[in-house]
Each structure stands twice: as structure tokens, then as C-alpha cells.
Design a protein around this ligand. Structure first.
Ligand code: Z5A
Length: 211
């Protein structure tokens, strides 16, 4: 029987360096012989990418916090069924740019949606699927925003005030502290090479578990 693959998620605030890390970590894992599927949230499927365009559209001022939360989970439900679960069942590893922790941080912390409602959606939409490893790139909000600033027009979430992103960071850190077996918190103010080295180190136990 093919052993189930491993599921790794990357989390962090705006400009924390997830995209930068993703490229290096993907290259490393493939070098190690991992059959890897890389994806992102919201998005990762045709339906999810259509949802992403809606939730990040800065011109869409009519989206309620409740609709935003449900759309994040609609994208996630589709991604889990269409890509993540089939890949893990086939023994592939999945590297996902954000997963359910982002809904707790942004919709729960940022928007103030009730955490128990998010937990209910998590159970229903993902059957409680949880990453084997979550790499949290932690960075002061001002540093992340300064890094992201030169990137052109801000999306619908990026236009939020600093206080929103402080709450996002706080929820991420609280969740990481509550589940140290799954989370590895990486100081994202280190150089990209140091961040990659820390992330690679955090994946070692996953290989051990496969062997
Ligand atoms: N969202 C949500 O609300 N609820 C949910 O459930 C989910 C998502 C799943 C899209 O996410 C938005 O959706 C996101 C949360 C919300 N909104 N916000 N804000 P995304 O992941 O696609 O977009 P993002 O969070 O805005 O990521 P980002 O800003 O693109 O950042 P990043 O990928 O973490 O950073 P980067 O592009 O790798 O780096 C940014 C810049 O910093 C770039 O110039 C790099 O060269 C530089 N950089 C990177 N690493 C370093 C280091 N180590 N040192 C110095 N400079 C660095």
C-alpha cells in the first residue's frame, strides 16, 4: 500500500516571504525525491481561482465578512477534494501557500468572526484535514507591509489598517503556541537563505516518518 503523503502549509502576514520561501522549499523537496504538488489558497483549482479573484478584488466593496469567510471555505472545500486529498492518498506531498489557519487569523482575528463558527466550517468543509507541518513566517507588521509596499495596487485585504494585521499576527502566534507539534515558527526577518535553512530543518522529521 502506498504510504500517505505529507501535507505542509505556509502561513504568515503580508510580505512575510511565503512566495520567496515556497520556491526554495519546493526545489529542495523535489531534490530529495519528493513527488510534490504545490498549491495555494484561496485558489488552487479553477473554482478556487475564480473565488480568489472575487475576494481579492479591491473594487468589490459589497462583500460582507460572512460572505468572505464562506468563500474562503468554498475555495478550500474544493481544493481539498479536487487536489489535496487525491494527492495525499497517492503518496504525494502537498505544499500549500496558506490553509485553514489563515481563516482563523484573517477572518477570525482580522474581521472578528467567531472562532467557534470557523471551527465548525473547518470540520464540515475539510473533514478536519490538518497539515502535518505548518511553517509560520513571523514578522512585525510594519516590516511586512514595507516589503509588500512596492508591489503596485493593494488588494481588498491589503488595504486594511495596521490594527487588522496586528490581530492577524496575534492569532497566528497564539495558534502556533497552542500546537507546537504541528507549527514551526520561523523568524521571517532573517535573510531568505536563513529562512529557507530553518524551513528545511523543520521538514526533517517528515522524512523520518515516511521511512
Ligand atoms: N486569506 C484570508 O483572508 N483567509 C484565508 O482563509 C486565506 C487567505 C487562505 C492572499 O494571500 C490573501 O488572502 C491574503 C490573506 C487572505 N491577504 N493578505 N494580505 P497571498 O498569500 O496570496 O498574499 P499575501 O499574504 O499578500 O502574500 P504576499 O504579500 O505576496 O507575501 P509573501 O508571499 O509572504 O512575500 P514574498 O512575495 O515572498 O515577499 C515580499 C517581498 O519581500 C518581496 O519583495 C521579497 O523579495 C521580499 N522578501 C522575501 N523574503 C525576504 C527576507 N527574508 N528578507 C528580506 N526581504 C524578503
Amino acid at each position: 500500500m502506498t504510504p500517505r503523503g505529507k501535507f505542509i502549509s505556509l502561513e504568515g502576514g503580508e510580505g512575510a516571504g511565503k512566495s520567496t520561501l515556497l520556491a526554495g522549499l519546493q526545489a529542495h523537496l523535489v531534490e530529495q525525491g519528493v513527488d510534490l504538488v504545490q498549491t495555494r489558497e484561496p485558489g488552487g483549482t479553477p473554482l478556487g481561482e475564480a473565488i480568489r479573484a472575487i475576494v481579492l478584488d479591491a473594487g468589490r466593496r459589497d462583500l460582507s465578512a460572512e460572505s468572505e469567510l464562506l468563500l474562503m471555505f468554498a475555495s478550500r472545500a474544493q481544493l481539498v477534494r479536487e487536489r489535496i486529498e487525491p494527492a495525499l492518498a497517492a503518496g504525494k506531498w502537498v505544499l500549500c501557500d496558506r490553509f485553514t489557519d489563515a481563516s482563523y487569523a484573517y477572518q477570525g482575528g482580522g474581521r472578528g468572526m467567531p472562532m467557534e463558527r470557523i471551527a465548525e466550517l473547518e470540520r464540515w468543509a475539510t473533514n478536519g484535514l490538518t497539515p502535518d507541518l505548518t511553517l509560520l513566517l513571523d514578522l512585525p507588521v510594519a516590516t511586512g507591509r514595507a516589503r509588500a509596499a512596492g508591489r503596485g495596487e493593494a488588494d481588498r485585504i491589503e488595504v486594511e489598517a495596521d490594527a487588522f494585521f496586528e490581530r492577524v499576527r496575534e492569532v497566528y502566534r497564539t495558534r502556533a503556541a497552542a500546537d507546537p507539534a504541528r507549527f514551526r515558527v520561523i523568524d521571517a526577518s532573517l535573510t531568505p537563505a536563513q529562512v529557507l535553512e530553518a524551513a528545511i530543518g523543520a521538514t526533517h522529521h517528515l522524512f523520518g516518518a515516511v521511512a
